[in-house]
Design a protein around this ligand. Structure first.
Ligand code: PLP
Length: 381
């Protein structure tokens, strides 16, 4: 049987066995509602609060700064659209970046529809936002700046600490999509000086459909949904107890992974993958900023190849990766991220995103390159 080689951890990760084990009791006997004062309710409430502490510890926050959500998209929407400074009837200017995730870009477009002025900052060819560009874009009426920590496609890391301090000095709030960074690199919320930070469980070995928003103490408290008083009045609705427990256990596991040097190990393996690819295909081009990048992500273009065909052919060989392009209205278009970086259309369409995980080993990398060579020799099909 073909051994499956999963190189798509930026799309999603498997649920770690210890995470699943921690969740199971909350899918059977421990089914209480955390809002109930009965014993089952108190048990569930305790589990939710322990998970809150674990998530807070991972990002060096305090537990009362963590609001559980249904994932990254909801956390981002909550910060941007549920914000007291951006509610309908308010006015002002919002700044974001052209390479953000659609959860941010679509939320900001919604604000634009409500009458907010919007600036979408350009990026360098490596995908970074120069701090001076944010400085130049800030206006006296800028209410909110939204910049991600690490890009999901290229892995490029933004200078969020500097950007957030600049925004704060000018009286604007700063929201950060840290969905791809959490669990892969250290993300110390106080040092980053952001007001809001979104995270999603399924990017770091918890299940899909659970995430959180960090809301800095003293920053305006967002609210998007209306209902009960759960999550400090910021996110009403009966909690996804099992999912939250899983998120907490995944946060503990991520902390251990980082404390044990997991980040450096991933980078070594990713660099090995890159050198093997370069050795076999000297014309290959690496996209992103190698100096400021996630340790698990490699984004490459193979001139003359078609990325989507490679993804399909590799899939048949048991290798699972992502392409840097998608079919938009019948024509193949590079992603908005690659386009914003000025990568020519043919190179963008010839690209692959390879994202490693904690269980990826050197033998997997070598086998992956071997199967890629098989596919290339067949002409990419
Ligand atoms: N932000 C980034 C950078 C992402 O990569 C993703 C998921 O792909 C999201 C936000 C959305 O998170 P979720 O899938 O939990 O809604």
């Amino acid at each position: 049987m073909t051994r499956h080689l999963y190189f798509d951890h930026n799309a999603t990760t498997p649920v770690e066995p210890r995470v699943r084990d921690a969740m199971l009791p909350y899918l059977s006997d421990r089914f209480g509602n955390p809002s109930s004062i009965t014993r089952p309710g108190r048990e569930a409430k305790k589990a939710v609060e322990e998970a809150r502490e674990a998530v807070a510890r991972l990002i060096e926050a305090s537990p009362d700064e963590i609001v559980f959500t249904s994932g990254g998209t909801e956390a981002i929407n909550l910060a941007l659209l549920g914000n007291p400074r951006t509610r309908p009837g308010q006015h002002g200017h919002v700044i974001t970046v052209a390479t953000e995730h659609p959860a941010t870009l679509a939320s900001v477009a919604h604000l634009e529809g409500l009458g907010f002025a919007v600036t979408r900052l350009a990026v360098t060819p490596e995908g970074r936002v120069p701090v001076v560009d944010l400085e130049g874009a800030m206006r006296p009426d800028t209410v909110l700046v939204a910049v991600m920590l690490a890009n999901n496609e290229t892995g490029t890391i933004q200078p969020v600490g500097e950007l957030a301090r600049l925004a704060s000095d000018r009286g604007a709030l700063f929201a950060c999509d840290a969905v791809q960074a959490i669990g892969k690199i250290r993300v110390p919320s106080p040092a980053l000086a952001v007001d809001y930070m979104a995270l999603a469980g399924h990017k770091f070995y918890a299940p899909k459909g659970v995430g959180a928003l960090y809301v800095k103490k003293g920053s305006p408290r967002p609210r998007l949904l209306f209902g009960g008083h759960q999550e400090g009045d910021m996110r009403p609705g009966t909690e996804n107890v099992a999912g939250i427990v899983g998120l907490g256990e995944a946060a503990r596991s991520a902390r251990e992974h980082l404390a044990a040097g997991g980040e450096a190990r991933q980078a070594v393996l990713r660099d090995h993958l890159w050198s093997e690819i370069q050795r076999r295909w000297p014309a290959v081009r690496r996209n992103g900023d190698p100096l400021h990048t996630l340790p698990n992500t490699l984004h490459v273009s193979f001139p003359g190849q078609d990325g989507e065909s490679l993804v399909v052919a590799l899939d048949l060989e048991g290798v699972h990766v992502s392409a840097g392009s998608a079919c938009a209205s019948g024509a193949r278009e590079p992603s908005h991220v690659l386009t914003a970086m000025g990568i020519p259309r043919d190179l963008g369409n010839a690209s692959l995103r390879l994202s490693l995980g904690r269980s990826t080993a050197e033998v997997d990398v070598d086998e992956m390159v071997r199967r890629l060579a098989t596919v290339m020799e067949r002409g990419g099909r």
